[in-house]
Structures are given as C-alpha cells and as structure tokens.
Design a protein around this ligand. Structure first.
Ligand SMILES: Nc1ncnc2c1ncn2[C@@H]1O[C@H](COP(=O)(O)OP(=O)(O)O)[C@@H](O)[C@H]1O
Ligand SMILES: [Mg+2]
Length: 258
C-alpha cells in the first residue's frame, strides 16, 4: 500500500528570484513517510518550516527539490479532500455556527438539507448543538475553535492538516477540546499531521512525534508513542509511560530551542 503522505528528499528555498532578494532555506532534505490512518505530530522551534511543510501538502506551494506525494501521486495543486485548520479559527462573523460549518459543503454544492444535517451532527459531537444559531461573537474562544474543527471536518477530508489549532486556548479549555478532537479522530482514523509547539499535546494525541531542527528544518528525531487507544487524555497525563516518552522527546527538542 502506498503511504498516505510521503516527502522524499524535500528541500524548499523561499525567494532568491531577484538579485536583492536573499534566499531563505526553509526546509532541507526532509524524508517522511506516513501510512494511512496515522496521527503524526510535528514539533520544532518557531520558523523551522512546520507550516511550510503543511503548505506543501496542501498543494499551496511546491518544493524546490524532491517530491511531495499523496497515495503515491505527486501533489500538483490544492485538493478538495484535505482539511486544513489554522491557529486562528477565522470564522465568518456574519454566519452562524451552523452556517460556518456548512461553508465547505456549500462550495461543493451539497444540497441544503444534507448540509444542515451534517453540520448539526458535527456540532452535536462537539457539544454545540445548542449554539448552532449563535454567531461567533456570541461564543467563547473554545467554542469558536470547536466550530472551526467542525468546519474543517464537515467535508470529511481524507487528510487532516492541523497547524497549532489549539495554540490560542487556555490550558483548561485546551484539554477539553483536545479530548473531543481525539474522539472525533478515533471514529474515523484519517491521516493527521498535527503541528504544535506543545510537546505534551503532541504525545497525548499522536501515534508518532517528529521533531524538527531549527531552520533550516530537518528531521531530528521520529518517535513512536506506544500508548493504547482510545486514550483518556486527562488521565494519561499522569501515566509513567507517557511521562517517560515526553521526557525522551524533550531531550531531542530542547537542544533546538535553547
Ligand atoms: N513566503 C515566504 N517568503 C520568504 N520566507 C518565508 C516565507 N514563508 C516562510 N518563510 C520563512 O521560512 C521559514 C519557515 O517558516 P514556517 O514554515 O512558517 O515556520 P514554522 O511554521 O515552523 O514557524 C521561516 O524562516 C520563515 O520566515
Ligand atoms: Mg507555523
């Protein structure tokens, strides 16, 4: 079976097109192969190329060298079976929660009744059914981020790209949203690439944690998280295997941060 996602010897250099434009070597010699259904977290210092990698997978930018593939096919542009969620949820302020969730389905021409049903189903899973008709300004930040999750997943994407999606949440809200997100993922087992600066979050959620070096970003370590699923993350935080894994990965990461 082809990997769901594969980067082969990928290097990306920004700029340098004009004599005065100093080129930036963002990522270098990245090799990464992800089987379908794996939940991979990517951690690394700011500016090491995490978002750049997601953008290549989303087909927004292409590598300077090497190849970026999905299911054995070179990516040659944006694809509508990818869900891409950013740290800032960016909901439309003039749409209700439900109509925000329906957005991607509208673009695809899904009929109104079906759209509504799918949106309500997701909102219910995120315990937001009572807020379907609320506008983003009427929701807490945690609720807005849950609406953004629902919007990302409404199209039932085959690949989930998450760029520090919970980075703006306070610690308590974050734990709740992480748990809900993990349950949604567990139902579908789609391939996830989850960028975070929070190592605890990476180990709690992922099957595998990839550490990147400071720019130019390369892969420094790649660790399997050997913890059973389904996971109850607020208990798992105190599990010795969890703590040991987090500590081991931290030893790799700290050298890049300090
Ligand atoms: N469009 C661009 N033009 C020039 N440099 C860029 C561009 N986008 C990102 N970079 C640079 O590439 C590096 C990697 O950026 P990014 O992938 O956003 O890092 P991260 O998400 O890990 O913080 C950074 O040094 C950033 O400044
Ligand atoms: Mg980034």
């Amino acid at each position: 079976m082809n990997p769901a996602v594969e980067l082969k010897d990928v290097t990306l250099i920004f700029g340098g097109d004009h004599p005065k434009d100093e080129p930036v070597l963002a990522v270098q010699d990245i090799d990464l192969s992800i089987p379908p259904g794996q939940f991979v977290a990517v951690v690394g210092p700011s500016g090491c190329g995490k978002t750049t990698i997601l953008n290549m997978l989303a087909g927004i930018i292409g590598p300077t060298r090497g190849s970026v593939m999905r299911h054995g096919q070179e990516i040659d542009g944006p694809s509508d079976d990818i869900g891409y969620m950013l740290a800032r949820s960016g909901l439309s302020p003039w749409r209700t929660a439900r109509r925000n969730v329906e957005l991607g389905l509208e673009f695809r021409g899904v009929p109104r009744g079906e759209r509504r049903e799918r949106a309500m189903e997701l909102l219910a899973k995120l315990r937001l059914e009572g807020f379907a008709d609320s506008f983003p300004s009427q929701l807490s930040q945690g609720m807005r981020q849950r609406v953004a999750i629902a919007r990302t997943l409404a199209i039932d994407p085959d690949l989930w790209l998450m760029d520090e999606p919970f980075g703006a949440l306070d610690a308590q809200t974050r734990l709740t949203v992480q748990a809900e997100f993990l349950d949604l993922w567990y139902e579908t087992h789609k391939t996830v690439i989850f960028v975070t600066h929070d190592l605890e979050e990476a180990v709690l959620l992922a099957d595998r944690v990839v550490v990147m070096t400071a720019r130019p970003g390369r892969i420094k370590s790649d660790t399997i998280v050997d913890l059973a699923r389904p996971r109850v993350i607020d208990e798992l935080r105190f599990d010795p295997v969890f703590r040991e894994t987090e500590h081991r990965i931290w030893e790799e990461l700290r050298g890049e941060i300090v």
